[in-house]
Design a protein around this ligand. Structure first.
Ligand code: CMX
Length: 134
């Protein structure tokens, strides 16, 4: 079902403060910065081999990422696995008894379609299915 790790999401307080380390010191290629308004985050995608690091900056105090940082500080927020057919992957997981946060896909960053699996089904790790966009 999974073809690769599409990205690892890292919650940060400020993209401006986080980017110099990831882009300049680690040398990752910045692919783009985009606001995902519905999820109240601004994301920076950085390429590492065939996968990406997604820095997530909250755009409002009500953002789930702001709540995550308040509780845990900056750090790994989720792991996203790439799938070819997100509807089929959701259906297969549900048939196996996994709990989905998103029972239907929604729009992610950079034209992707995404769905989160409830961390209760994935050993406490927020896990995202991600279908690449056009
Ligand atoms: N790690 C581990 N557990 C987490 C978590 C995280 N990062 N985020 C939420 N949870 C847990 C909560 O504690 C909660 O647990 P309980 O049910 O035991 O209380 C459960 O997951 C559900 O969380 P919630 O906040 O109550 O549920 P919501 O449906 O309101 O929101 C979620 C869930 C994951 C969508 C939201 O918390 C979130 O993180 N949204 C931002 C998504 C994001 O990163 N978007 C970036 C762009 C997308 C992309 O392209 O990658």
């Amino acid at each position: 079902m999974l073809s690769k790790i599409n990205h690892i999401g890292i919650a940060v307080k400020s993209l401006d403060e986080a980017l110099p380390f990831y882009r300049d010191n680690l040398g990752m290629e910045l692919k783009g910065v985009e606001e995902v308004a519905e999820q109240r985050v601004r994301v920076a995608m950085l390429q590492v081999g065939e996968s990406m690091i997604e820095l997530l900056e909250p755009t409002s105090e009500y953002s789930p990422v702001a709540k995550f940082i308040e509780k845990n500080g900056s750090g790994i927020h989720h792991i996203a696995y790439e799938v070819a057919d997100i509807e089929a992957s959701i259906a297969a997981l549900q048939a196996d008894g996994a709990r989905m946060i998103d029972e239907k896909p929604r729009d992610g960053a950079h034209g992707t379609r995404i769905a989160f699996i409830h961390p209760k089904s994935s050993c406490g790790v927020l896990t995202e299915l991600c279908q690449a966009g056009h």
